[in-house]
Design a protein around this ligand. Sequence first.
Ligand code: GDP
Length: 476
Amino acid sequence: EAITVQELAKRMGEKGADLVKALFNMDMMVTVNQTIDQDTAELLVEEFGHTIQRVSDSDVDIQKEVDSDPVETMRPRPPVVTIMGHVDHGKTSLLDALRGTDVVRGEAGGITQHIGSYQVTTKGGDKITFLDTPGHAAFTEMRQRGANVTDIVVLVVAADDGIMPQTIEAIKHTQAAGVPMIVAINKIDKPEANAQKIRERLLEHDVMVEAMSGDVQDVEISAKNKTNLDGLLDKIALQAELLELQARPDRPAEAIVIEAQLDKGRGPVATVLITRGTLKKGDNFVVGTESGKVRAIVDDQGKQIKEAGPSMPVEVLGLGGVPDAGEQLTVVENEQRAREVAQYRREKATETRTALAPTNFDAMFSSMKNDVVEFPVVVKADVQGSVQAINTALHALSNDLIKVRVLHAGVGAITESDVTLAAASNAPIIGFGVRPNPKARALVARDRVEMKYFDVIYHLTEEIAKEMAGELGPEK
Ligand code: GDP
């Protein structure tokens, strides 16, 4: 652990020259640009009458520790619900149908252009937020990032189909997360529907519904005919009551990115869920390695609003770049602070990525050992959906002789850190519907990183497959 005299002076709020003088008096001849060890630094700090505070991330970055809000500031907040289940069992239909149950907005709400996640007010006056998340893997990925936004999972099971692989997957993800589940037995309108069979089969997966003397609530519905949606909403409200969900509204906002993309007209746009505090127009914030200032807040009906409180899903405009799903948005006191934190995080990210990236030699060595050639790539795309599709498509190109290794995949313009990472591993950068920012462009030229741009996934896989074949050489 070493620090330059200059940096230490900055953190102490003293002049570099004064520190050099003090060091000189301690018989140490150093200039401001030289580094000193931790012990010397501590001596200096004491010499200047400052208290010692370990140099850590939180000195520059936003405090990482969970600063819980005082109990008296907490207010009840709506539950956040994620719908999961096997493909074709009716997740999308249910999400659409529930939107129409909103007593405030009614059926018409479904027509306007809107974000996928929304909040409804039930007949009983309860508010419930439904999240539109892209699948089970995303649910777990977000949790791994510490984004535990889902309070309740509604597991949709089609009564005419039964427990399927993705049903089991959803159960596993939910149980692993320790999130309470409500089973919605769907398609009850179908003549071949057999709800009782579903209840029995669920036992095999440690899901014991109330009818089977367990404590998991279940409800029979038809998303298509809008049958018993109120029953489902009641169960959600009941479950939420047990959870006693609370958040402090009157503080700077924190939110989690649910989804983000580059919008042609509006620039980077993120759908976020407010976890605490109130987000206001004009707020300065940091999200991941980007800073920004809230230019507009758009609610789930496409209306611009001035502020958004806990459990509200809203679109935020005014981001510096496209963040990843699951990243936390944090409001900070001013623009300079936002920039400082973002910059610091970018530097950190580059450091760790470079450290993690194997050198050419390492990559070669490991591929020699395994007798499998690795084909490293860095992927940047316009939306999260493309990233996932490209990831899957690329992995499908791997075979016994050569394997695609995605060093990094993300949404947004190609940045300096992408180029650094690619250069360290001699990997090409694949840009899907995106281009490098100016700084990255300069680095590309310097580091001679190969760039490949595509707008069609099929062209991308074709080209990469060709490259991979070339890598193996004609003899193989
Ligand atoms: P997802 O893949 O889980 O999102 O499923 P979808 O919502 O796309 O539904 C798959 C198919 O099932 C669609 O053709 C729906 O119209 C149909 N479907 C959904 N819910 C019901 C229902 O309650 N009854 C019937 N009969 N069909 C349904």
